[in-house]
Design a protein around this ligand. Structure first.
Ligand SMILES: *Cc1c(COP(=O)(O)O)cnc(C)c1O
Length: 391
């Protein structure tokens, strides 16, 4: 490689650039909201919910203000009661476990798979207690968790299975979309997600009429003035008190436009990810690339995050930063070692696979409008780093 090669910066994420071709349609939708003059409870949310229901195959889509609130509403609507335990992976975004706390439950951690990032069904069985009520797997980065294995555990022990499918738009198992593989799931439309808004937004997906009805009530102040007698089948009075978690009509207007390009965006992500893998799988120092682990049988791959495991992770990240290449550490600290969960009494070594992933994981830039030249540039820099050439 020439020492004088031209420098192309590669930001980790470049939001506005990723959908410039959609700006005319987005502007039209935003103007429709302005002209109608109804800025809450507007029609755009319902329109987006319907389109997303068609795209995912969900019987119900409930638009809310974030993926995190979607998780809280899902847990409450699925019947989580005070003190009930929910088993979650130790390796995930913090909202997976904090949503359990916010819903009045207790998160209980389990380790991840040996060759993947989903919660390990065997580890789940080890942390069951008489208070276990639910299992909430997370579909991280590019693959579903082991849903067949987890369904067996849930069935055997009479547990409810809900999914933190915040990252999993487009991921399907035997054709069934993520979030619909148990009692319900969520999507996040945080700007960097595969389908990103221009602010915060999220949705709850379910085929269960009761969960959908309860979640719709909870996102808008619940059922004030009503009693449990009005809701046969609902045992838990906490579902009467709601919050204000509605999706914003402007976000729905943007998401509606972007949904029309989602299939093409997912294809583009797959091609860019394959280009990274073709170069990086042979680089010494790169320990795993995403395509090294196959999806569970029947599951497809949708690359939201292109995550490597590497040697000398922090030094590589610093080298790339100096070279103008942005990276992210998903996730820097396993949840059982986070201060906000210290009351659960865990110590280093409790979930070794989660801890190892946190030490080695590095996410590379991946978004539909990233160019091939930018991908090649990132690969050049990683090769240079492990070849010991620090310029
Ligand atoms: C993004 C994300 C969330 C939270 O979504 P927000 O919309 O940012 O609240 C929850 N869980 C996982 C796994 C996520 O990646």
């Amino acid at each position: 490689m020439s020492e004088r090669r031209e420098r192309i910066d590669v930001p980790f994420f470049d939001q506005p650039a990723t959908f410039q071709d959609l700006w005319p349609e987005i502007r039209r939708n935003l103007l429709r909201v302005m002209e109608r003059g109804k800025f809450s409870h507007g029609a755009m949310v319902a329109e987006f919910e319907q389109e997303l229901a068609d795209w995912t195959g969900a019987r119900h889509v409930v638009g809310v203000n974030s993926g995190t609130d979607a998780l809280v509403l899902l847990l409450r609507a699925a019947g989580l009661g005070p003190g009930d335990e929910v088993i979650v992976p130790a390796y995930t975004f913090v909202a997976t476990a904090s949503s359990v706390v916010l819903a009045g439950g207790v998160p209980v951690f389990a380790d991840i798979e040996e060759h993947g990032y989903g919660i390990d069904p065997l580890s789940v069985e080890k942390v069951l207690t008489p208070r276990t009520r639910m299992i909430m797997p997370v579909h991280l980065f590019d693959r579903l968790a082991d849903m067949e294995g987890l369904r067996k555990v849930a069935r055997r022990h009479g547990l409810t299975l809900v999914e933190d499918s915040a990252e999993a738009i487009g991921m399907r198992l035997h054709g069934v979309h993520a979030g619909l593989l148990g009692s319900g799931g969520v999507l996040s439309f945080f700007p960097s997600k595969t389908l990103g808004a221009i602010g915060d937004a999220g949705a709850l997906l379910t085929d269960d009429d009761g969960i959908a009805e309860t979640a719709r009530a909870l996102r808008h102040h619940g059922r004030s003035g009503r009693t449990l007698d009005d809701f046969p089948g609902i045992a838990n009075p906490t579902v009467l008190a709601g919050c204000n978690s509605k999706m914003d009509d402007f976000q729905a207007a943007v998401l509606l436009a972007k949904l029309s390009r989602l299939d093409a965006d997912i294809d583009r992500r797959a091609r860019l990810s394959a280009r990274y893998d073709a170069r990086l799988r042979r680089v010494p120092g790169v320990l795993t690339v995403p395509s090294a682990a196959a999806p569970h049988p029947g599951g497809g791959r949708v690359v939201y995050v292109h995550l490597l495991q590497v040697r000398d992770r922090d030094a590589l990240a610093a080298h790339l930063a100096r070279a103008g290449v942005g990276t992210e550490t998903y996730y820097p600290v396993p949840l059982h070692l986070q201060p906000c969960f210290s009351h659960l009494g865990h110590a280093p070594g409790d979930f070794p696979r989660a801890e190892e992933a946190c030490e080695k994981a590095l996410a590379l830039p991946l978004y539909p409008d990233l160019t091939e030249a930018q991908v090649d540039r990132v690969c050049d820099e990683i090769e240079d780093f492990y070849a010991g050439r620090r310029r």
